[in-house]
Unconditional design. Structure first.
Length: 275
């Protein structure tokens, strides 16, 4: 799809609205922007293809497909392609109530996040673009576009909260992961893992499924296999059975079965690749 850019005409009646679009771009090929004093509008940019770098508030972020960033007006920033082609969809906006809306939502000066609902994100930007570009009465276009922008801001906030919830799950599971990394060689039960964060084993399984798309014991076995691979390469004289026991597999056949399931080859075949 070819690049499309639109800058709606702004008049006093438009600028009196709670929120309004000042510019919108789709499949825009970024060449790099440096704004030492920030920008006069608020901006939301979504990465479609390629990869870019955002520098803002003393931080540096790598922006990949499926990620987006936002900043308020007058916030100094730099963004530029990290590879040859970086294509984005973006929307700039302003309005009498934008500051109040963002403050109420708890959105700060800048925001970088992964988009949970990528298809809907693209669709919403397209809808705003087409609304502002269709041959309707200018007043009608402006009012409809303002409403769509407000809904877009709500959508943006929902994505932010979804990312926060996901991060909270990872933080909550951190003691369990730490326990696995420390005691992987021991006989660990599901109850042992659940006790690390004071939940039932059933709830722990649900948390793991949400965060890692694995059951806790499957994740533990992955850690064990990772350790086994290190042993296989570093401890040349140690027998396969002994390595299995050293990483928590008491049954040699089960160890070999799990190793092949995860790595696509037997422990001995893996060892021969490196020795």
């Amino acid at each position: 799809m070819e690049k499309q850019v639109l800058f709606p005409m702004l008049t006093k009646d438009v600028e009196s609205l709670p929120c309004f679009v000042t510019g919108i771009g789709m499949y825009y090929e970024e060449n790099g922007v440096e704004r030492e004093k920030g920008y006069s509008d608020y901006q939301w940019t979504y990465c479609l293809e390629g990869e870019g770098i955002l520098k803002i508030n003393g931080e540096v972020y790598t922006i990949k497909p499926g990620m987006a960033f936002f900043f308020r007006k007058d916030i100094p920033h730099v963004y530029e392609p990290a590879i040859k082609t970086w294509k984005t969809a973006w929307i700039t906006f302003n309005g009498m109530q934008i500051e109040s809306i963002l403050d109420y939502m708890g959105i700060g000066n800048a925001l970088v996040l992964n988009i949970e609902w990528m298809t809907e994100m693209r669709q919403r930007i397209k809808e705003i673009f087409y609304t502002l570009n269709v041959p309707l009465d200018r007043h009608e276009r402006t009012i409809i576009g303002s409403g769509q922008l407000y809904n877009f801001l709500i959508f943006m906030d929902q994505n932010r909260k979804a990312c926060q919830n996901e991060n909270q799950i990872y933080e909550r599971l951190r003691p369990v992961i730490r326990y696995m990394d420390t005691y992987y060689a021991q006989d660990i039960t599901l109850e042992d893992l659940a006790n690390q964060i004071g939940v039932t084993k059933y709830y722990l399984c649900r948390l793991f499924k949400e965060a890692y798309e694995h059951k806790p014991i499957d994740y533990l076995n992955k850690i064990r296999i990772k350790k086994a691979k290190e042993y296989l390469v570093m401890q040349e004289q140690v027998k396969i059975k002994e390595i299995g026991e050293a990483v928590g597999f008491k049954d040699s056949s089960y160890f070999c079965s799990k190793f092949k399931e995860y790595e696509g080859c037997s422990p001995l075949e893996f060892k021969r690749k490196y020795i």
